[in-house]
Ligand binder design. Structure first.
Ligand SMILES: NC(=O)C1=CN([C@@H]2O[C@H](COP(=O)(O)OP(=O)(O)OC[C@H]3O[C@@H](n4cnc5c(N)ncnc54)[C@H](OP(=O)(O)O)[C@@H]3O)[C@@H](O)[C@H]2O)C=CC1
Ligand SMILES: N[C@@H](C=O)C(=O)O
Length: 262
């Protein structure tokens, strides 16, 4: 049986390039997407030689509408593609009040709008086929406002919610949706973001990260958090979240809000 092709965004370095390596070694043809075509061509040449798979390179800036539209069209029209790895992303150092509007627009555009648009481009075809997989790369930062990476974390919270919502909507229609939440991982994101080296946490090897994420993928896990040593903590978190839902049907405020503020 022919394996589905895999479209990977952010494939020129780091986690995306590692996903490319791993899926090529699994025998999947690839479509690589990023701005740096030279780095993708270099990776593609190596992987073609080592694995024999077919690899297409698509140069695209996912902050640019026309480029996102180009990738959307490929996802809609290329029926070989059965897996979308929504990986491309960036971080942004600095305090909220000091970050520029332009930098924030780029951050939100790539980390959320592009992720949404590409998932939305491929979902109708996957639903019609009753198959397909969408992998969205979030971050543990999306769970921790206390880390002080507010807008980056907000983009990752968006990715996580989008993924869990799509898993709820598309799972029954045969489409697998996975959210992958890495913690600090040894890639170029830190230098690109202008992070203070003294503030960079201990980092996981990128190969170990992706291999763990693929274990979750193979198990069809909805939310994969490779650095979380006790998976039961996530289950408890989900349980506590869902335990609040019945209250959301209340039509009167909770008693704690009926007493005048002291
Ligand atoms: N490393 C870490 O600690 C963690 C990373 N993540 C997430 O993992 C994902 C991958 O990041 P990582 O591999 O670490 O970092 P890298 O900086 O190594 O890779 C980022 C990738 O995204 C691509 N990219 C960035 N901006 C654009 C753009 N405008 N258009 C198209 N592609 C773009 C880059 O390619 P190019 O420059 O060629 O366009 C590159 O291939 C991101 O979503 C990140 O948020 C999540 C948690 C932890
Ligand atoms: N990219 C990292 C922070 O900048 C992360 O998501 O942990």
């Amino acid at each position: 049986m022919t394996k589905p092709a895999v479209l990977i965004t952010g494939a020129s370095s780091g986690i995306g390039a590692t996903y490319a390596d791993r899926f090529a070694r699994r025998g999947h043809d690839l479509v690589l997407v990023a701005r740096n075509a030279d780095r993708m061509e270099e990776l593609a040449a190596r992987l073609r030689a080592e694995t024999g798979v077919t690899i297409d390179v698509m140069q695209a800036d996912l902050a640019v509408d026309a480029d996102v539209a180009k990738v959307e069209a490929r996802l809609r029209d290329d029926k070989r593609i059965g897996v979308l790895i929504n990986n491309a992303g960036l971080a942004l150092a600095g305090a909220f009040e000091a970050q520029t509007a332009a930098d924030l627009a780029q951050l939100v555009g790539v980390n959320t709008v592009a992720v949404l648009r590409l998932a939305h481009a491929v979902a109708p075809r996957f639903v019609a086929e009753g198959a397909g997989a969408i992998v969205n790369i979030g971050s543990v930062v999306g769970l921790v406002p206390e880390f002080g990476q507010t807008v980056y974390g907000a983009t990752k919270a968006f990715v996580q919610f989008l993924s869990q919502g799509l898993a709820h909507e598309l799972g029954p229609k045969g489409v697998y949706v996975q959210a992958v939440l890495p913690a600090g991982t040894a890639t170029e994101i830190w230098s690109r973001a202008g992070a203070d080296p003294s503030q960079v946490p201990p980092l996981m090897d990128v190969g170990a990260l992706v291999d763990a994420a693929l274990t979750g993928f193979d198990r069809r896990e909805a939310v994969t958090i490779p650095p979380l040593q006790d998976g039961a903590q996530w289950d408890a978190y989900q349980g506590a979240r869902l335990a609040m839902v019945p209250s959301f049907g209340a039509t009167v405020p909770a008693p704690r809000y009926l007493e005048a503020a002291q």
